[in-house]
Each structure stands twice: as structure tokens, then as C-alpha cells.
Design a protein around this ligand. Structure first.
Ligand code: BES
Ligand code: ZN
Length: 629
């Protein structure tokens, strides 16, 4: 009976015109765009309301010697009859020519370069609704080409991409806005020693492509925002984690990675129980070389991860829960523009914590939520509680495509949802959030739409509830609304007492530290007095083994504190850390801390950066360049 009902429903859904694809759970053939004022994306040249790309077919060769990708992008275009112009985003692409399907030349112009945005590629398409762009991309900022020495194996080169927010236009000529969705496919050729993966399901086994190369095929049949197209290639191997989960990484890393990631399948199951079916087929992850500029990136079907989350005890796997949660918040329902990044990152940070609660229990979840709340408070204090950068929805003046301060869009975003959850009750809130994902699946969203949906389906005209929630204050105003959820002080009672005791008499409870979780240790370091002398730092380091920590979050927190206090013995440790790791979240603050120390750290930072810069991805380089100058 149940099967029949489902089959009948599927049939009906398939026959009815795909209006939004939301309720049926099926991806729409042609994804809708949002035509409302708060959906406009100032970071694209595209004019999707006139002509938009609905499908991208890439046929590209990876040339490691020249650090070049070259080939064609064939674009399906949706436009009304009579529309004869298509505008794409590009940034530094070398375009050899544009044709229609039959090979007839189409005229095109590449407009003036705008910093941070690239160049418009305007194509006279006439009545063509398929265009073929022949192009190459050399030294594209999205791509990092690693020499064999920069890999764990040391024998083969490596390549990976990072598309979010606006970097994919540096290697793919398409409309690169999160409010536009495209299905896509790719054929990629690479030296036969390498394996290629992408953020889509692989199609069959790789084939011999001659000249010592192999060809790999991929297909993403669901429409996704273009920043989610991603590629990696290297000497990588696969290990299954569960029926639909697995991990790719270099052979030298596979055992450590697989064991750290042992809870991945259970996380997918927990996420589905919370907010509905996982709709992307497989959930694989790739553990990249340490120069990957982020902790993780939610590329569909293939989360990209830094190896720095491997601590040996699964204490940093909240990162995996986070990237997995983006399969709903971000990849399924996507911020229409980067001013609403909190819709991706804040909702995901909330969802992440709910997965952590399911897998690791309420205590760890409460501690991680308390750390996040403290990060938020720090961000608001740093910027000033009347500064608009502390609003969730960023006004145009503040909205850089990176989305602003993570303390705001991640941590204040999560705090907002925790507040609503607390006020309406978990059961009601979960039902609403699940409905939000279902109703807006494969569609873009804005703050305005989110609040409209909440009012229509959660508040439902209850004026008292409306007053209690303070929805507009949370989303559009700076600072922290008065009704905010607050962490239970009990979450860190013991640690906070130990930090207070340390501040009083500098006594270190080594035994307690030995029993603490990673979250507790991070809390203790965060609560230490910000000014410590050489003797005190030396005693802490010796008692707690901070410089030797195999946990990169703890090592980072320690190095920040030590460098801020000009603690010389930490310098070689920091130099080693910054030579090994390119994750911007760690690298940029450490350089910043050194540069702030006139006459001490500044020359150390300059000399070190001269050696390490070449090993960093463009994202990290951009961040450090702004600090070390
Ligand atoms: N989508 C982000 C990474 C990102 C954000 C790339 C903005 C480019 C622009 C990813 O999901 C993320 O949030 N990563 C965090 C993970 C952490 C919050 C658990 C990171 O990299 O640190
Ligand atoms: Zn995220």
C-alpha cells in the first residue's frame, strides 16, 4: 500500500509541469530563479532574467606541466524567443572562440575587468540555444596545482579547486551566481597515473584517452549553484565507509582518514532523521593535502576536507557534520546572493550541532554550542554591537562575497535558530525546518523569503509569538537581540573554574586537563589571561604539552596566545605549522598576530612568508597578502 501510494505520487509529480520541484522532492528540469529585490546578486554580470544557462557540459584536459586547463564548455541556454544576447561570468579566461551547436561562429566580447568580479563575456547568440565556448585557464585562482613535493606521497602532482564564492569563473565560463542553478556533466582527461574526482557521480570506469592519458566522466543531473562544481586529481585511493559513503585520499593518509571518518554513514542517517532524505545519492569525502584553504567545502556528493581535522580521536569531526548539513542548507536551498550567506552557513552551523548531538551526545553538542556562542560574542564586541556587519543579512555596503565575519553569519545565525527552537519547542521547530528544505528544494532563497516562510508556517498569525521571536531584529539589525538563547553555564563549569583559579594563582591542574575533551581544552585556552609572561607560558606549555599537541585547533589556539605574548620558544613551532598548513582560518590570524608585534614578530612574519607564500592556495595568499605587506 505504501509503495503504491509513493509510486502514484511519483507518477503524478512526473506528469505535472515541474513548477518548482519542491514538494515532490524531485529536481526540476529547469531551476527557477528568484525575481525579488533582495535576491539580486551584485557579484555577477549575468542577467538570468533574460537568458540563463541551464546545463554545462565540460570537456577539459588537465595540463600539469603548464598549470592549465583547456577545452570546451557547452552551455544550454534558456531564453524567450527573440532574446539574442547571453552574458556569462569570466575572470582571466583565454577564450579561443564561441560557436553554436553546428559550429557556426558566434560573436562575443569580453568586457572590462572589475576587481573581485572578473569580466562579462557577452555572446551574440541569435536564436542559438546551445553555445560552445573553447577556452583555456592558466594559473586560475580557483585551482591549486601542487608539485609532487607538496603531497604526502611525493611522487605525483595534485590539483584541486575551490569555487565558493566567485572563483569558479576563473576556470569555467558560465553564469556564476548562487541564485542560478545548472545541471552539469564533464569529461576530464589527465595523466594516467592520476585519478580525477568531481562533485558529481562518476560515470563508469575511466577510459584510455591516448598520449598517456585517461578520461573520466561525471554527471550532476540535479541543478546546482555553479560555485559547487569542483574537481580534484592526484594519486588518490578510495575506501568505503558505509553503503553510500566513502573517503578518497592519498594512500599514505587512507588509514588515518578512514578511522577518523568512521561515523560518516551514521551522520548521514542522523541528518536524514532530522530534516528529510539525503537527495544526492552518494556522500563521499576527499581528504586533501594540507594547503586546502578551508576546513571543508560542501561540494555535492564529494565534500572537500582539510587533513588538519584529523586529531586521532574524532574530536574535530563537527567539520564533517557541518559539510554534510550543507547537503540541505546550502546545496538544496541556496542563498540567492552572498549578502544572505547566513542562510547557508548559519542554518548549517545549527544543523551541524544537531548532528553532533545525535552522534556524540548532548554534552559535546552543548559544549560546541557554547564555544560558538562565545565566538559570536567576541565578533560582536570586536565590531561593535551597532555595526551593520553584525547583522545576519548584510547590507550591500558590507556584503563582500565571503559573507563577512564567521562569528556573525555562522555563530549568530546558529544562535538565532536555537532561540526560535527554544521559544516554539523542538518538535514544532524541526517540523518547520524540514518543511523549509522540502518546500524550497533546488531553489534559491533570501532572508526575506525565510522570514515569510517562518511567519506563514510557524508563527501563523500568533501575535504573541511574533512579538516573542523578534525575527526582524535577528536578521536585519546589528548586535544580539534581548531574547537570545544562552548556553548553559554548566556546559563548562569545571573548566571555567579552573581558568579562574589559574588567573588567581597560576596553578595548573594537569590531571584535569588530561581528562578534558577537545572543546574543554579549547575553552580553557580561550579563558586564560591574554597577557602572560615567558615563565608562565613556559610552565603552561610544559605542563600541558601544547607545542606538541597533535590537535591542530589546540595547537592554533596556543600559538595565537604565545605569539601575542612574544614567546620566542613558540616561533619554531609556528614556523613549522605555517610551512605545513595552508588553511586560511589558521594561517591568516597567526601572521596577523606576528605583524602586530612591532620590532619582534614583524620581521619573523616577513621572512617566513617569503618562504611559505608559494605553497599557499590563492585564497590563503590573498588573506595573508592583506596582512603582511
Ligand atoms: N562553505 C564553507 C566554506 C566557504 C565559506 C568557502 C565562504 C568560501 C567562502 C564551508 O562549509 C565552511 O563553512 N567551512 C568551515 C567549516 C567549519 C565552520 C566547521 C571552515 O572551512 O572552517
Ligand atoms: Zn559551511
Amino acid at each position: 500500500m505504501r509503495f503504491l501510494a509513493i509510486a502514484l505520487f511519483a507518477l503524478l509529480a512526473a506528469c505535472s509541469p515541474a513548477k518548482d520541484g519542491g514538494e515532490s522532492g524531485q529536481a526540476p528540469a529547469i531551476a527557477p530563479i528568484l525575481t525579488r529585490e533582495d535576491a539580486e546578486d551584485p557579484w555577477t554580470f549575468a542577467r538570468p532574467e533574460e537568458a540563463r544557462v541551464s546545463h554545462v557540459a565540460l570537456d577539459l584536459d588537465l595540463d600539469f606541466a603548464r598549470q592549465l586547463v583547456a577545452g570546451t564548455a557547452t552551455l544550454d541556454v534558456v531564453a524567450d524567443k527573440g532574446v539574442d544576447t547571453l552574458v556569462l561570468d569570466g575572470n582571466g579566461l583565454a577564450i579561443a572562440g564561441v560557436t553554436d551547436e553546428a559550429g557556426n561562429k558566434l560573436a562575443f566580447t569580453v568586457g572590462e575587468h572589475v576587481d573581485g568580479k572578473g569580466e562579462p563575456i557577452t555572446i551574440a547568440i541569435g536564436d542559438a540555444r546551445k553555445v560552445v565556448v573553447a577556452y583555456s585557464a592558466k594559473d586560475a585562482p580557483a585551482l591549486q596545482w601542487l608539485a609532487p613535493e607538496q603531497t604526502a606521497g611525493g611522487k605525483q602532482p595534485y590539483l584541486f579547486s575551490q569555487g565558493q564564492p566567485t572563483l569558479n569563473r576563473t576556470w569555467i565560463p558560465t553564469q556564476d551566481s548562487p541564485g542560478i542553478r545548472q545541471s552539469w556533466e564533464a569529461r576530464i582527461t589527465a595523466p594516467k597515473e592520476l585519478t580525477v574526482v568531481m562533485s558529481a557521480l562518476a560515470q563508469g570506469e575511466p577510459e584510455d584517452a591516448g598520449e598517456g592519458k585517461r578520461a573520466f566522466r561525471f554527471k550532476m543531473d540535479k541543478p546546482v549553484a555553479p560555485y559547487l562544481i569542483a574537481i580534484a586529481a592526484g594519486d588518490i585511493v578510495f575506501r568505503e565507509l558505509g553503503p553510500r559513503t566513502g573517503v578518497w585520499t592519498e594512500p599514505a593518509m587512507i588509514d588515518a582518514a578512514a578511522s577518523e571518518l568512521a561515523d560518516t554513514e551514521a551522520m548521514v542517517e542522523a541528518a536524514e532523521k532530522l530534516y528529510g532524505p539525503y537527495r544526492w545519492g552518494r556522500y563521499d569525502v576527499i581528504v586533501l593535502p594540507p594547503s586546502f584553504p578551508y576546513g571543508g567545502m560542501e561540494n555535492p556528493t564529494m565534500t572537500f576536507l582539510t587533513p588538519t581535522f584529523i586529531a586521532g580521536d574524532k574530536s574535530l569531526t563537527g567539520l564533517v557534520a557541518h559539510e554534510l548539513a550543507h547537503s540541505w542548507s546550502g546545496n538544496l536551498v541556496t542563498n540567492a546572493n552572498w549578502a544572505d550567506s547566513w542562510l547557508n552557513e548559519g542554518v548549517t552551523s545549527y544543523f551541524e550541532n544537531r548532528i553532533v548531538e545525535q552522534i556524540y551526545g548532548p554534552r559535546r553538542a552543548a559544549q560546541e554550542a557554547a564555544l560558538s556562542f562565545a565566538d559570536m560574542e567576541e565578533a560582536i564586541a570586536e565590531n561593535g554591537s551597532d555595526s551593520m556587519v553584525t547583522a545576519l543579512h548584510l547590507p550591500p555596503e558590507q556584503a563582500d562575497p565571503e559573507g563577512g565575519s564567521s562569528g556573525v553569519i555562522y555563530d549568530k545565525g546558529a544562535t538565532f535558530l536555537r532561540t526560535v527552537e527554544k521559544i516554539v519547542g523542538r518538535e514544532k521547530f524541526d517540523a518547520w525546518l524540514r518543511n523549509w528544505f522540502d518546500g524550497h528544494a533546488f531553489q534559491p532563497a533570501t532572508s526575506g523569503l525565510f522570514l515569510e516562510d517562518m511567519r506563514a508556517n510557524l508563527v501563523k498569525g500568533d501575535e504573541d509569538l511574533e512579538r516573542q521571536l523578534m525575527l526582524d531584529d535577528w536578521v536585519y539589525k546589528p548586535g544580539l537581540p534581548a531574547n537570545s538563547w544562552r548556553p548553559d553555564p554548566a556546559a563548562f563549569a569545571e573548566v571555567d573554574a579552573a581558568a579562574t583559579a589559574y588567573a588567581r594563582d597560576h596553578a595548573i591542574d594537569t590531571a584535569a586537563w588530561g581528562k578534558w575533551s577537545t572543546a574543554e581544552r579549547l575553552r580553557f585556552i580561550a579563558k586564560l589571561p591574554r597577557q602572560l609572561d615567558k615563565g608562565q607560558l613556559g610552565a603552561l606549555d610544559k605542563a600541558l604539552g601544547l607545542s606538541q599537541s597533535g590537535n591542530n585547533e589546540i595547537l592554533f589556539a596556543w600559538l595565537e596566545l604565545a605569539l601575542a605574548n612574544r614567546y620566542q620558544p613558540a616561533v619554531p613551532v609556528a614556523e613549522n605549522f605555517l610551512s605545513r598548513i595552508g588553511r586560511a582560518k589558521f594561517v591568516v590570524p597567526l601572521y596577523k598576530e606576528m605583524m602586530a608585534q612591532d620590532g619582534w614578530g614583524e620581521p619573523i612574519a616577513r621572512a617566513l612568508y617569503a618562504r611559505t607564500r608559494g605553497g599557499y592556495h590563492a585564497v590563503t595568499r590573498g588573506g595573508v597578502d592583506a596582512v603582511v605587506r
